[in-house]
Design a protein around this ligand. Structure first.
Ligand code: SAM
Length: 273
């Protein structure tokens, strides 16, 4: 089946293969179209409240969509900046900014070593990046460094241990869900964001959550990856893998399916040192 051939690409900086860029962009665009992601982004944008003239940074900016949102808010007197370690992703974001006629700057760099001066931003956002980081505390210290005192941050991430998938034999689905967790560097990132910010010297202002419901187009690569991970880990048999594949496809065909993963967001501001 053609859908089985697609493999979920990795967004981890060390594992990025620029040849898969079209697939990565397609995955991000499909996820960005999910109503749950849109609701989370709308709320996050409202509470981060970036204003005209401010300097705003998106870390792990991907296709650049949220940097463009910053650009609309800050205007010509402010600065909308995205940073990402994948040069191919930066090229996509730059093309989209130019097509939208917006002034935005995209910089090659890592969350661990942001290529910016101390206290150079008023606001920072970082969405679905911490799950790819093996040292999220170091990234949070970098955010504290580049924010001015009083500057705001919003961290948004999934917690993959909250994934619910249906249909399928519950035991097989549980094994597949657990196998998927081992493929992510920091799978329970969502629940850890608050503590990371507190320990890095931020005051927490608000928290939000959304159980994002994935449509079949966005979910299929993940379903495939779950089954593959479980098969390769030896926790399900080939027969269980094939049965689960058939059950999931039948569920999608009949409209009897669910994939939801809860995303958490934490809004905070930097306390004076
Ligand atoms: C799942 S995508 C999310 C993109 C975007 N934030 C969004 O919500 O659509 C993860 C992004 O994190 C980037 N990334 C991976 N490792 C990173 C690191 N160490 N520092 C900064 N960004 C990183 C990837 O290149 C990719 O663009």
């Amino acid at each position: 089946m053609a859908q089985e051939e697609a493999q979920l690409p990795t967004f981890h900086a060390d594992g990025i293969d620029t040849a898969t860029i079209d697939l990565l962009v397609d995955v991000l665009d499909k996820q960005a179209a999910l109503p749950g992601i849109q609701r989370m982004r709308a709320w996050a944008g409202a509470v981060l409240d970036v204003r005209a003239g401010e300097r705003a940074l998106d870390i792990g900016s991907g296709t650049g969509s949220e940097v463009l949102e910053f650009a609309r808010r800050v205007g010509e007197d402010g600065a909308a900046v995205g940073v990402d370690p994948n040069p191919a992703m930066i090229a996509v974001a730059e093309r989209r900014a130019a097509a939208a006629g917006l002034t935005a700057r995209f910089v090659d760099g890592s969350a661990y070593q942001l290529p910016f001066e101390d206290a150079s931003f008023d606001a920072v956002r970082c969405e679905r990046v911490y799950q790819h980081l093996d040292d999220p505390a170091a990234a949070t210290a970098e955010i504290a460094r580049v924010l001015r005192p009083g500057g705001r941050v919003i961290l948004i991430d999934s917690d993959w241990a909250t994934a619910i998938t249906h249909p399928g034999d519950p035991e097989v689905v549980r094994a597949a869900s657990e196998a998927l967790l081992t493929r992510t560097v920091n799978p329970t990132s969502g629940r850890r964001l608050r503590g990371l910010l507190v320990r890095a010297g931020f005051a927490i202002d608000d928290m939000g959550s959304e159980a994002v419901i994935w449509d079949p187009e966005a979910a299929r690569p993940l379903y495939t990856e779950m089954r593959r991970a479980a098969l390769e880990a030896g926790v399900i048999t080939q027969e269980q893998h094939d049965t689960l594949t058939a059950e999931m496809e039948q569920g999608i065909a009949e409209g009897d399916y669910l994939l939801s993963v809860t995303m958490y967001a934490v809004l905070a501001h930097r306390l004076p040192r």
